[in-house]
Ligand binder design. Sequence first.
Ligand SMILES: Nc1ncnc2c1ncn2[C@@H]1O[C@H](COP(=O)(O)OS(=O)(=O)O)[C@@H](OP(=O)(O)O)[C@H]1O
Length: 170
Amino acid sequence: MGCSGCRVRFNFGKVLSKVSVFFTMVLIFTYFFYCLTGLCDSAPRALYSQQALDYDILDDHRRVLDDLRPSPRLLPDAPSYWNGTATADAEQVDAPGQQQQQQQPVSDNGIPVSNTFGTKRFPQAIIIGVKKGGTRALLEFLRIHPDVRAVGAEPHFFDRFYDKGLEWYR
Ligand SMILES: Nc1ncnc2c1ncn2[C@@H]1O[C@H](COP(=O)(O)OS(=O)(=O)O)[C@@H](OP(=O)(O)O)[C@H]1O
């Protein structure tokens, strides 16, 4: 013989747990619905949209680097310049970024597959100075100009790494 009061309490507990599970499910579905419809800004982005954002940033970086690329008129290709055939080369690569677009391999979806920014060239100007002569300051002032691309650290080609050859220097 069971106590009817106990049975009622037992059933009430079961119903309560079912109702709480139901409301939890409703809350979860509502959250997912808002996220899927884009109303939930704090939700983590889907992978594809994150990738698209990354490629946008890469595109911006490429545009900045294209803008900073030295003008061929100011810095003609050194070997041809030394051989006396610089003018033809300079006219061929007149538009900034045009040469890079021709050389850079591009995948089917138009996204560059390698980061080969710039080209390897010999310098058109070399700063020579004694130690503590202010060469670093001169380099930093020249670097501000958008048509000047300067090395980051001193290459020490002539006094330390001459044996490595011109290919290393480039
Ligand atoms: N315009 C101007 N006037 C006076 N002094 C200047 C100027 N520009 C750079 N400096 C000083 O030059 C010192 C750095 O020279 P370098 O860049 O040739 O140094 S290094 O030898 O490559 O380390 C460094 O000196 P210290 O600060 O005594 O090291 C700079 O302060």
